[in-house]
Design a protein around this ligand. Sequence first.
Ligand SMILES: Nc1ncnc2c1ncn2[C@@H]1O[C@H](COP(=O)(O)OP(=O)(O)OP(=O)(O)O)[C@@H](O)[C@H]1O
Length: 677
Amino acid sequence: MLGELAKPVMYLTGVGPKKSELYEKLGVKTVYDLLYHFPRYYIDMNEPQVIRDAPLNEQVVLKGRVVRKLPEGNIRRGLTVYKAIFTDDTADLTIVIYNAGFMFKALEVGHEYFLVGKLTGNMIRREINSPQIYPADAEPVQPVYRLTEGITQNQLRLNMRTALDSLGGFIYEPLPADVVREQGLCSLNYALQNIHYPTDMHTLELAKNRLVFDELLTLALGMLMMKSRSREKAGCPMGAESIDEYYSALPFELTNGQKDAINDCICDMQKDYPMNRLVQGDVGSGKTAVAAGAAYFAYKNGFQTALMAPTEILAGQHYETLKGFLEPLGVKVVLLTGSLTPKKKEKVKSDIAAGEYHVIVGTHALVQASTEFRRLGLVITDEQHRFGVEQRALLAGKGDNPHKLVMSATPIPRTLALMIYGDLDISVLKELPKGRQPVETYAVTGKLRERAFGYVKQYIEEGRQAYIVCPMIEESDSDLRDVKSYAKEISEGVFSEYRVGLLHGRLSADSKEKVMKKFKAHELDILVSTTVVEVGVDVPNAAVMIIENADRFGLSQLHQLRGRVGRGEHKSTCILITDNPTEEVVQRLKILSKSHDGFEISQEDLKLRGPGDFFGSRQHGLPKMKIADMSQDMEILVKAQETAKEILCKDPQLDKGKNRGLRELVEQLFEQDIAND
Ligand SMILES: Nc1ncnc2c1ncn2[C@@H]1O[C@H](COP(=O)(O)OP(=O)(O)OP(=O)(O)O)[C@@H](O)[C@H]1O
């Protein structure tokens, strides 16, 4: 299908072997890769500003002519400055170029140019330093690409032009004609020409829409095909056992959401293909009780359950919780982590293989090839976005195609969740357990730290516990707080009469576990910690949290951190301290004082910080997107999903001739992902 496009870039006129090595650093090996190396942004010269009105100290686009070139000056050795006077008849300015004599020489008096750069000086004497200069007949929208050392913007543009021209206007169209028509898309040929060299912003929009649609459609097809493939295989169908005794043994009444989610699982696990379900719930919504219910159902049916957590701390905690819920009912629970001694590990593993344990909780050690199960029926993963699709598949490969349950607190819109977890069904825990009060949240400057400490004291005196979170482990050159010196300072100073513990990621797994155990058992009053407490740590008696350098964290992360308090019936407080109270920081932190809804907060975070890492595909284990941004391209995402469903409904394996191009796209996208890992 690729034909000409599969040719190595080396064979393009103007590239050659040396440059093609540099191109590899950009992930560009073939002409196809080059064409899909999309611009980061564009410079639009369609509507240049007039010099007289152009603002100072901002990026501007100007059009005019060179009036005069001034004699060159040598500021010091190795630094030559070239100047020219430029006008558009509303005002003049001086172009200043350092060292790049070739650029200066190319300027011709009387000729017209576009200048792109920052105007400095004042309204009487304007200057533009080292501007980008384009002849007046250049293409009006100029792409700006991600580069690597040795390849300049102009070279890349030139090579791109050559690549586009070499295709002679013909590019294989992978989408079926009816899809292109129904979705009102432009052709792929048009899209590729115009994503690089749009004549204006409208053509760019058309091109972008088409390419984003292609990418999201491919992704949606792939995810749906994975889902249906897993349904083809027989699973571990279970019988309709009652789990009433689980409900009655719990120390609390489940919320309706929790009950529905457990029922969803029970229903799924009775089918003859494996369950693939995501339980999504905001911080503290009680996902573990859902997991335990599903595990108990598997137990009643004579199957083992494996629960995989992202950290040792969490694995330890899940182990304690599940033991508490399930052992009174006769279920044997065991913890299997990387930090067990080799001898102990061997023993635990052989007991698991012999079927001595019913529920096995652990970290990645669980996925190691050497762990054998006797009768694995259910695999639960916590916070799956840290694992990714392939890892999940690895664990699921054990046993006889077991049921799969994923728990996630990541608040993402449903459509997006469907895409990210496209191969999963979703249960959402909408409400929090009864009696929870919203965590009172204050954003203050460091000046109020003493008062914040006063609050903490008050809580401790009432029998509660406190977290203090800092961004760093050790002291560094930055002004950021670190847990080590902080813990020392407060335990020798303001909190000397209390028990202070220290937790961070560089402690050994054993020490981490010990500290967490002590904190859980209320043998510590204050835990000074890095963000290792962020995900899932559950100590309901902890009711106050101070977060230092709060401006360093994203809102969603702060929401996760804050979610460590307010998990019991006690009134709770979270104090965000910042020594950088700019207007923007204050606005951002205020959102947390107002909202307690993870979904709303993540939307705000998106608006303020842009998609960033949160939607980074690596986090979700999805193939990398080249142009689609799943947080921004929501409308196209929905259309792509609908189209994918329609196509697969008629042609589940994309075998038909007209869908063959799509099939190749799917294979390419998913294979590439595996290759990159
Ligand atoms: N229905 C309920 N009523 C009262 N308490 C509950 C209920 N369900 C769970 N809990 C308790 O609420 C706390 C939070 O539950 P859990 O740790 O499962 O939350 P989570 O959804 O995993 O949250 P996070 O994403 O923050 O880790 C636990 O102490 C748990 O025992």
